[in-house]
Write a protein that binds this ligand. Structure first.
Ligand code: NAD
Ligand code: GLY
Length: 367
């Protein structure tokens, strides 16, 4: 097992990464201050892993609430189901909520923990690659609104993150690839060495080689922990973690939540950001090809979906959280693995780039 730390003063916390960690009561118990524990999971993950986690909570007043599975359930209604379970169990302010699942369960549970009785303890036990490398770390929690992705939420840090990489054995291929998109993201933001390592090891990641996966998760978490420690509330550099997300969120909302997985939309979104950067003359042909190629080798879409025109993209991108005083800001690439958050680009170039990308739109997933 390896342990990293998110350095946030009194709210600092460890991220444990390794095999068989679900059974490690010694890792989780020190972070549960009271007796009352509510494990939040879903109909897919609970049958696989809930019993093992519950065994680690033996002796506590541990209950569970099982949510329906899917991005389309990442809503306030579902958060309310968690509140109902907590109130029915008469849980008080000293209770702890544990998210057992992917990013959807983690985001919902974190938001429930942030708001139940104005804030209770929270633990992340992520079970997808995407949640192990991204969503469980850093304290962004929340749900979608029909008009925009992740529009309702709170910053609320967990007390510990326990990433058991054995849980990835049961992850469907498409979900593994969705996580790979966020791993590639860290390289492309500002970690050229990691990007080169990924180019050499992407096939081993796809094959779920444990040692290679472990390294990818650790490096991703370390990169993310650094950014979060420097800018927890996204007043500046944390927005870099949104590389590909403005285009990606537009795809997710435009196609209907759940049609394209979040990581797939981010994969295509990173290529769209690269394409615009190329259009602006900031990266060269070879850089753009390397980016398109690693996304494709990660079994991800590297073009936008059929069925969305430029007007729809522009309309959806206009509700992005990075919009400042009406000006769209994007994460773009000044060079390969040298990303910046900027509103300083020619909108005509964005429109041209969107038109070119949309002309090559694809049907995904491939039939
Ligand atoms: P997900 O939570 O929907 O999980 C993907 C699928 O895999 C689901 O069907 C789930 O039930 C299943 N699953 C989970 N673990 C499994 C396992 N071990 N074995 C078999 N099946 C398993 O999706 P995700 O990709 O984990 O997360 C995507 C969500 O995370 C999006 O809502 C996105 O907005 C959010 N997100 C949040 C942050 C953040 O900082 N909070 C960052 C990135 C993404
Ligand atoms: N996934 C983006 C962030 O955590 O800021």
């Amino acid at each position: 097992m390896n342990t990293l730390h998110v350095d946030l003063g009194e709210r600092s916390y460890p991220i444990h990464i390794g095999s068989g960690l679900l059974d490690r009561a010694d890792l989780i118990r020190p972070h549960i201050p009271g007796k009352q524990v509510m494990v939040v999971s879903n109909t897919t993950v609970a049958p696989l892993y809930l019993d093992r986690l519950m065994a680690s909570l033996d002796g506590l007043d541990a209950r569970s609430v099982i949510l329906p599975d899917g991005e389309q359930y990442k809503t306030l209604d579902t958060v309310n189901r968690v509140f109902t379970a907590l109130l029915e169990a008469r849980f008080n302010r000293s209770c702890t909520l544990i998210a057992l699942g992917g990013g959807v369960v983690g985001d919902i549970t974190g938001f429930a923990a942030a708001s139940y009785q104005r804030g209770v303890h929270f633990i992340q036990v992520p079970t997808t690659l995407l949640s192990q490398v991204d969503s469980s770390v850093g304290g962004k929690t929340g749900v979608n609104h029909p008009l925009g992705k992740n529009m309702i939420g709170a910053f609320y840090q967990p007390r510990v993150v326990i990433a058991d990489i054995e849980t990835l054995d049961t992850l469907p291929e498409r979900e593994l690839a969705a996580g790979v998109a966020e791993v590639i993201k860290y390289g492309l933001i500002n970690d050229p060495e990691f990007f080169r390592w990924l180019e050499a090891n992407i096939d081993a990641i796809n094959a779920r080689d444990r040692a290679v996966l472990s390294h990818a998760i650790e490096r991703s978490c370390a990169d993310k922990a650094d950014v979060v420690a420097a800018d927890e509330r996204e007043s500046g550099t944390r927005a870099l973690l949104n590389l590909g997300h403005t285009f990606g969120h537009a795809i997710e909302t435009g196609m209907g939540y759940g049609a394209w997985l979040h990581g797939e939309a981010v994969g295509a979104g990173m290529v769209m950001a690269a394409h615009l950067s190329h259009e602006l003359g900031w990266i060269g042909d070879a850089d753009l090809s390397r980016i398109e190629s690693i996304i494709a080798r990660g079994k991800l879409p590297n073009r936008p979906p059929q069925g969305m025109d430029r007007t729809r993209f522009m309309e959806l991108m206009a509700v992005d959280k990075k919009v400042l005083d009406g000006r769209l800001r994007l994460v773009l690439m000044r060079g390969l693995c040298d990303s910046v958050v900027t509103g300083d680009f020619d909108v005509a170039a964005l429109e041209r780039s969107l038109d070119q990308q949309i002309a090559e739109a694809i049907d995904w997933p491939p039939r």
